[in-house]
Ligand binder design. Structure first.
Ligand code: SAM
Length: 201
């Protein structure tokens, strides 16, 4: 999978960013919900599969202390550029979400974000992500994931359902599920993405 993403970043084709404008209001509302129970500065946030940093930079603008990690070096390069241009400080780390400790992302994260990274991973990778997340997340952390609905789609991402999430993240509860409100390109109309909010308990 990372080879496919390396190729996509190299040729500059990033269709998953096309919903940036239509998804921004929902993203803002979901993060506002996280912030409602905290005092600014809100604390440490970790974005898994941060890509070019569109959401990490947004979080940093809102007062989070953000680390973004992605397995593709070009994505990290573009993310650093985005943060520089936005005038915010974000730590972008080249690394694998299945090996967060090896990547040196740090620990004590009170909020974790995954916008369509978990979505792509196979079962073994998902278990590894869960193990790593448990090692770097604070005891009272929350997590927001955007995943496609679970289905067989050949080479396309398998998506995930509630069971996939509870299996991958032991010690976390699903506390909220919301339909995605961004605009998808027509061929993807049936993927029915959802936001899952999880709380560590
Ligand atoms: C659909 S893109 C979404 C990027 C970003 N979250 C966004 O919404 O713009 C999925 C991202 O996950 C990254 N990715 C895939 N597998 C990964 C892994 N094992 N560890 C870290 N990043 C990964 C890809 O390089 C890609 O940037």
């Amino acid at each position: 999978m990372s080879r496919w993403y390396r190729f996509m970043y190299r040729v500059g084709f990033r269709p998953w960013e096309q919903d940036a404008a239509t998804l921004a209001p929902q993203f803002g509302a979901l993060v506002a919900q996280e912030e409602a129970t905290r005092e600014p500065p809100y604390g440490r946030a970790l974005e898994l599969g941060c890509g070019t940093g569109r959401w990490s930079v947004d979080l940093a603008r809102r007062g989070w202390q953000v680390v973004g990690v992605d397995v593709v070096p070009k994505a990290i390069q573009l993310a650093r550029q985005r943060a520089r241009e936005a005038g915010v400080e974000v730590t972008f780390v080249h690394g694998d979400a299945t090996a967060l400790r090896d990547a040196g992302v740090g620990a004590g994260f009170s909020f974790l974000l995954d916008v369509e990274c978990f979505n792509h991973l196979n079962d073994a990778q998902r278990l590894a992500v869960g193990r790593e997340v448990n090692a770097v997340a604070a005891a009272d952390a929350t997590m927001l994931l955007l995943v496609w609905s679970r289905a067989r789609r050949g080479p396309f991402p398998p998506g995930a359902n509630r069971d996939d999430l509870t299996t991958a993240f032991p010690g976390w509860r699903i506390v909220d599920v919301r339909p995605y409100e961004g605009e998808l390109p027509r061929p993807l109309k049936n993927i029915a993405p959802r936001w899952y909010r999880l709380a560590r308990s």
